[in-house]
Write a protein that binds this ligand. Sequence first.
Ligand code: 5GP
Ligand code: ZN
Length: 114
Amino acid sequence: MSQDCLFCRIAAGEIPSDKVFENERIFAFRDINPVAPVHILVIPKEHIESIAHVEDDHQALLGEIMTVIRDLAHEENLEKGYRVVANISTHGGQTVPHLHFHLIGGRSLQWPPG
Ligand code: 5GP
Ligand code: ZN
């Protein structure tokens, strides 16, 4: 883990968060500034900066993250649908350089986001 990384520190429990899921590899918590009634961030505990930094060895981890997202969406009663977003680097609007998937739902969402 990186001591300089906000999400590494959240996943390690050093910075408090509203945790909704944790296993050995993955951590999920509610976004501090939600854009919808449900706004959860799902992250690998391993420090990976973004999708642009994913390596072939991470394929199983990324697949597991998708199944965690599926299960959280079910637990949060998002049967009407939801959005999963990963922002990458500057033009992608990424503000925290630790890979995270936004799980957003609980209201009708517009597309494109702008
Ligand atoms: P990005 O813009 O990098 O895709 O998303 C970063 C997200 O992290 C934002 O939605 C922001 O609200 C959230 N965030 C930033 N700092 C914290 C924090 O300390 N705690 C929590 N729970 N969320 C945070
Ligand atoms: Zn990190």
